[in-house]
Design a protein around this ligand. Structure first.
Ligand code: AMP
Length: 215
């Protein structure tokens, strides 16, 4: 899943994982767990999380590799929060090739900035997450557009990009995601890789009465 902070990766990742009965691996959760347990990794990354900076690629990749290795040969996984840089995307692809488990789908959750800020500030009031203050939120969003969003083009070229309008309520977004994934599953299970094409569902917003230009 590739999405800006506040787009609903955690919620939708859980929906997908439950539906397909596969593990949900969220790098943000793994990192926060390290911080809470005060591990060596936790102490090294806490400052990055508090400031809304990206943790160095090597730290994330080592953590993700360790999480994926026991799942080799299984039914798959949902990766949430990674890759966040092009370097992570390439490294992750190489890890996945080694395991013969490359991504079938790159799921992009598209949400307007104003809605993201609104959701993140609401979450801050509920959870007190250290990186959900307005300044840090703006910084995380800017980082997303600078270094994470460009990865989508790469997945588009690979023909595995599914982009969903996630401005709507979580249950409607979840239904749309599962419908798209179920359809794609048939292609992935049967079709040759070369037949895969990028799918963009963001314009479906118009079908639900959203004004044009606001996907
Ligand atoms: P998230 O829960 O996905 O919003 O992630 C929370 C924070 O964890 C981010 O703001 C980063 O500081 C860090 N983080 C999570 N995933 C990554 C990643 N793939 N690369 C670098 N930093 C990450």
């Amino acid at each position: 899943m590739i999405a800006p902070p506040g787009a609903g990766k955690g919620t939708q990742g859980t929906v997908i994982a439950e539906h397909f009965d596969i593990p949900h691996i969220a790098t943000g959760d793994l990192l926060r767990d390290h911080v809470a347990r005060r591990t060596e990794v936790g102490q090294a990354v806490q400052g990055y999380l508090d400031r809304g900076e990206l943790v160095p690629d090597e730290v994330v990749l080592q953590m993700v590799r360790a999480a994926l290795e026991p799942l080799q040969g299984g039914a798959g996984w949902v990766l949430d929060g990674v890759p966040r840089t092009m370097q992570q995307a390439r490294a992750l692809y190489e890890i996945a090739v080694e395991m013969d488990m490359t991504a079938d789908v790159a799921l992009h959750l598209q949400v307007e900035d104003a809605e993201l800020v609104r959701r993140l500030l609401a979450r801050a009031r509920q959870t007190g997450r250290s990186d959900d203050t307005e300044d840090v939120i703006r910084h995380r969003l800017a980082l997303y557009y600078d270094v994470t969003h460009p990865i989508l083009e790469w997945y588009g070229e690979r023909g595995i990009l599914v982009s969903v309008d996630a401005n709507r309520p979580a249950d409607a977004v979840g239904r749309q995601i599962l419908t798209a994934l179920e359809v794609l599953r048939q292609v992935v299970d049967r079709g040759p890789d070369a037949e895969r094409r990028a799918v963009d569902l963001t314009s479906l917003g118009a079908a639900f009465g959203r004004p044009s230009g606001q996907s």
